[in-house]
Write a protein that binds this ligand. Sequence first.
Ligand SMILES: Cc1cc2nc3c(=O)[nH]c(=O)nc-3n(C[C@H](O)[C@H](O)[C@H](O)COP(=O)(O)OP(=O)(O)OC[C@H]3O[C@@H](n4cnc5c(N)ncnc54)[C@H](O)[C@@H]3O)c2cc1C
Length: 512
Amino acid sequence: MSPHSNPETTAHPPPFQSFCEKLPERFPSTGISVLIAGGGVAGLLAALECWRKGHNVRIVERSPSRLLSGDGFTIGPSALLALDKWPEMSKENERISYESWMSWHKITGEMIKHPAPFQLNPSKAHGSDTKTPTVYRHSRPKMHQMLSDQLDRVGLAVEYGKRVLDYYEDSSSGKAGILLDGGEKLEADVVVAADGVGSKSSRIVLGQEVRARPTGFSIYRAAYPLDETRTYPILDENFPLMEKNTASSQLWMGDGVHSVFGRTTNEMSWYLTYPVNQNNPTRFCGRIYINISLKDHGNGAESWSNLVDPDTVLQTTATIKGWPDFANRLIKETPKDRIHDYKLMWREPQPCWASPSGRVIQIGDAAHTFFPSSGNGATQGMEDAVSLAACLQLGGKDNVHWATRVHNKLRVERVHCLQLLGVLNHEMRGVSADAQPSQAKPVGLLGSWIWNHNPEQYAIDNYENALACLTDARPFSNTNTPPGYVYQSWTIDSILEARKMGKEFVLEGDWE
Ligand SMILES: Cc1cc2nc3c(=O)[nH]c(=O)nc-3n(C[C@H](O)[C@H](O)[C@H](O)COP(=O)(O)OP(=O)(O)OC[C@H]3O[C@@H](n4cnc5c(N)ncnc54)[C@H](O)[C@@H]3O)c2cc1C
């Protein structure tokens, strides 16, 4: 056993019975105080999991009240595993998550591959789990509500209206803290930066802001409720539900653009990813690639509150060859104040998410941003939450600074692989208008190494060895990355350079 680990917790003590059947079993108190900044899915789940692991939790959020905006996101089985420990959330998740069948289309709307369930390859499942894993969609507001309600049930109130201006740490006192707008300072044994894209923690963790570089693309996104008593001829004709009212999604792929139309029984959503400078796309092997050197004159913003009206979208669709009129009519019918223009930015994958003294740790989008085409932003944020809570328990109060580094070590290579897949997926969708069925597959959503992962168990199984690697330079290799792949770090420039030289990215090992 390493001198830095907590002998009482590395032996996996049995949790004591919860005082209330509806709450999960809570582990004995570790005495570790955890202060979480940011109440997105990563921050909320981190609060819950830290509570379950016996830590003392406090969570602050800059919004004045519960954040219930946004459309839908994909949450993979590796993240949903966490809910198994929470009886009420498990039940609620059954109610709010939905399966969506997907069909593949040219940008003209012509179908190239029939709708099929978005299921993962069951032959790759191992262990006793015989269920075919399914990728579920969630409404972001409902997921948020579910996590917030559970926090209420454990008596943890999110402290709204508290904006973090800065993070700090003091290795001599063994504390870290945040400075709030208004001058108040809050401290704890560990501060979790879960404040999303552009986190204020970058200064202390990396010594500088992470540069956001334009990709040259922006996304129009809209989601709105459907009135169940009304009929919607355009939807029924062109975007029907599947049998038994199962949700359906259509992915349309075109020359540098791609679009997704999703319909459930009570909601319609659509996205259109487009190059902001239509006249200067970069082509390579017939595909359009991300080009950060584009002069980005778009009106998009990296914000969930940048609204545009339907006419603006129609100006863009007018430039897409073969774009059908029925899709324009759908756009025109989108209720006002529902269309966002979200600018797609790119940030370098960061190797280090922990501050120099290990007392501030970034999770979720604060640590790693994903392209929407990775389908992994929320999933990885939730995996982080589970892994961090487990590592803190395994390390114990005296080793918080090692626990955060071990968590970083266990997670970072996996996340970098997934960030890369998001880029490749984005490019794959930007194929020319004569898209073929062979191109109709999502890179990087179906690999068993992604969904067949249990972040809590992984932390328990690997904590000691990862710690010994950090403290005594003992060899340690992560096993939560694609089998057979030897991890290589990558940068935005390394990808752009490879493209310039005409090189395809060869993914060695089993990514599928
Ligand atoms: C309003 C909003 C709407 C979104 N809508 C969608 C969507 O429709 N589809 C989708 O795929 N993804 C959406 N996302 C992004 C998605 O939720 C995240 O990419 C992903 O779930 C990772 O979650 P996260 O908790 O790391 O970050 P986020 O979900 O971004 O959460 C970060 C939280 O930190 C808070 N925060 C930020 N700065 C500070 C500060 N200085 N002090 C205190 N708190 C701070 C934010 O208000 C936010 O609640 C949205 C994010 C937000 C904030």
